[in-house]
Design a protein around this ligand. Structure first.
Ligand SMILES: Cc1cc2nc3c(=O)[nH]c(=O)nc-3n(C[C@H](O)[C@H](O)[C@H](O)COP(=O)(O)O)c2cc1C
Length: 177
């Protein structure tokens, strides 16, 4: 699968087979993750893989989304960060962690695995269960496993047309080919 195929086929998977994700695949995925770019190459991302069934249940409960309970790996994406604000006024760490997660989801797709980003969760109980220090932000959870549902056609993706998101030389000035 080339990069454009992986981008087209990646989708949010919310139903997983009861099948272990091979550790070699996890190593391959995170070898792609660690190559992500980051502001000042700070690489502040840290990941905890939750594979233990009891812990998974607890993290899934904190996640508040029932499908997390049946996914074999919950990736808890954190940042060990000084929360630096870039000159543009935006914090670097959530952007850096998000890029790393995008590498994760695309690499997983290329290996036949499914993922789902989870931003709707309560970080405090997740921190407590996994003994994550208070000052460490938990940026996202990511469900990872073999999809149990069938893939939707790529054409079913609801996305804004290029004309609404891509302009040239001036705000809202159309880009034409
Ligand atoms: C930052 C972020 C947070 C998200 N949080 C959740 C979530 O809490 N629960 C969920 O089911 N999906 C979540 N999603 C998945 C989006 O709903 C999904 O990416 C979007 O609807 C597009 O669908 P697709 O991923 O299948 O292309 C999140 C996605 C992103 C990027």
């Amino acid at each position: 699968m080339n990069l454009f195929d992986a981008i087209a086929h990646r989708r949010s998977v919310r139903s997983f087979l009861d099948k272990t994700v091979e550790r070699e695949k996890i190593v391959s995925i995170f070898s792609a993750v660690r190559l992500a770019p980051s502001a000042r190459n700070a690489q502040e991302w840290r990941f905890i893989l939750v594979t233990d069934p009891e812990l998974r249940e607890k993290v899934a409960t904190a996640g508040g989304q029932p499908f997390l309970k049946q996914c074999p790996v919950i990736v808890v994406a954190c940042a060990e960060t000084d929360k630096r604000i870039m000159r543009c006024g935006e914090p670097a760490y959530p952007i850096d962690v998000a890029i790393a997660i995008d590498h994760l989801t695309l690499a997983a797709t290329a290996m036949g695995l499914g993922t789902c980003w989870i931003g709707s969760f309560d970080p405090e109980p997740v921190k407590e269960v996994l003994q994550i220090p208070n000052e460490v932000p938990v940026v996202e959870l990511v469900a990872l496993g073999y999809p149990a549902d069938t893939e939707r056609p790529v054409a079913d993706k609801h996305r804004l047309p290029l004309t609404e998101i891509l302009w040239e030389n001036q705000w809202r000035k159309p880009f034409s080919v």
